[in-house]
Design a protein around this ligand. Structure first.
Ligand SMILES: [Zn+2]
Length: 124
């Protein structure tokens, strides 16, 4: 296995960048350096993506992570102190002059929208 290259950015939480379906780099929010415990958890999560075998694996990794409430609480307090990290929940990123879709969040927000719309229709 190749050792991941880790770089620091000033938004989001953590991302695993891939090229042609192969992970090439892990990006972490630079402010995580101040929170070693959370940084370790975010990195552990990105390592799972690093070793994932495709979008379904990635989806499962992110889905199960939604139920890691302890980490969720730490992430929330981090997000409040560093609002730019909330971009991790955005369905799209803007990087190097191009828009990169975040498919998990596209699905996540899509599901919420569908639930709200169909829920709204049921009330009507
Ligand atoms: Zn993830």
């Amino acid at each position: 296995m190749i050792k991941p290259k880790i770089s620091y950015i000033n938004y989001g939480m953590g991302f695993t960048l891939s090229e042609h379906g192969k992970a090439i780099e892990i990006q972490l929010n630079k402010n995580l350096k101040k929170y070693p415990k959370l940084r370790k958890q975010v990195l552990a999560h990105e390592f799972l993506h690093w070793n994932s075998r495709g979008w379904f694996d990635d989806f499962k990794i992110d889905f199960y992570d939604l139920f890691n409430f302890k980490k969720g609480r730490e992430q929330l307090s981090f997000c409040i102190k560093h609002p730019k990290s909330l971009l991790a929940n955005s369905p799209v990123f803007f990087e190097n002059g191009e828009f990169i879709p975040n498919w998990f969040m596209v699905g996540f927000w899509g599901l919420i929208s569908i639930t709200l719309i169909t829920g709204g229709l049921l009330i009507i």
